[in-house]
Design a protein around this ligand. Sequence first.
Ligand code: DSN
Length: 425
Amino acid sequence: MDTIISTNFFGYFSNKTLNDEVFGAITDELQRQQNQIELIASENFASREVLSALGSVMTNKYAEGYPDRRYYGGCKFVDIAEKIAIERICKLFDCKFANVQPHSGAQANLSVFYALAQPGDTILGMGLAMGGHLTHGSPPTISGKWFRAVNYGVDENGILDYDQVQRLADEHRPKIILAGASSYSRRIDFARFRKIADSVGAYLFADVAHYAGLIVAGLYPSPIGHAHVVTSTTHKTLRGPRGGIILTNDEVIAKKVDSAVFPGVQGGPQMHTIAAKAVAFGEALRPEFKKYARDVLENSIAMAARLQEHGLNVISGGTDSHMSVVDVSGLSITGKIAEVELEEAGVTCNKNAIPFDKLPPSQTSGIRVGSAAMTTRGLGVNEFKKIADLIHKVLSKYGKSEYETVKREVRAETLDLCKKFPLYA
Ligand code: DSN
């Protein structure tokens, strides 16, 4: 059979004969990314260098264990990549120990639970509907099934309710208190969380997946020095490959975490992803990344303010981070409708529960919008204000006679913006 092997943007080889349909899907996905305004707060665009490392021969290598103590031969070069990743992430967060092997944030969180708790223990985390993450004790996950999970939330202004955290900690005496969120846009007071944890003898476990890029740029509070252990993903504001990390300053916890990741929860580490993490962490150490993170924050604040000017209810009244949660119920639509309609108009975001939401998670009363991905493409404050205008234009006209015309006009404008700020040009 004839095969056409070509080096291309996606990596080393594409075997077009055998993989036509898959490469067709990849090409279509590239075009989708190029032609949509990407506002999903947990997404970003990794650099070509990160993509090259991901598509590299390191994917071929088994390397169970850790650098210099593997269960396979031939690990000399993957050891170099993993040591660099560890050294760089420790420098970025100013911490002593890092495990860069978790395949994802969920795996990182599971590993921390496995290291520090036993099934049946109590954990205290932010409720999913209040802005927390599934893995922080939500009923369908291992964290909700293995542990007695208790939830805290936000107050009527959408601000994290630290008094409630203290009350619940006093009442339930959790083994672990989780600080971190998926859709909470404000600063988290990690020092206050640590005081609460100490008052009941709990571990403080911070999951900063969303905020990591802002933290390393000094624009969001760091949990290092407060939390006993910290997890993050590497692909959101940190702009690396998809994956997880675990950080700590405590040597005993570091050893437990290493055993929990391997052999506790995972087998062979994905060395191509670890190499890509090393590349991304190197990028985040550069001065340009600080500027990028500043722009992410400014753009996010500008977009939230403009949505408010249009009369939309931004939860908590604004944002201190790359994301905002917007209540769309005032426009008599659901988050689900907003997500679908905005996508057709060229803006990708996700439906999201708002605090005290009356609608189920499949519908929701809100959407979540983030600035990390489009800031990578170079959009600034003016463009983010424009995006807020376009969001409002679509959602406020939904159901009206002129709606389809308005949606087509907005689609033309979003396409125009995408062309002005090309992705992987
Ligand atoms: N739930 C993802 C998000 O925040 O979009 C992260 O796991």
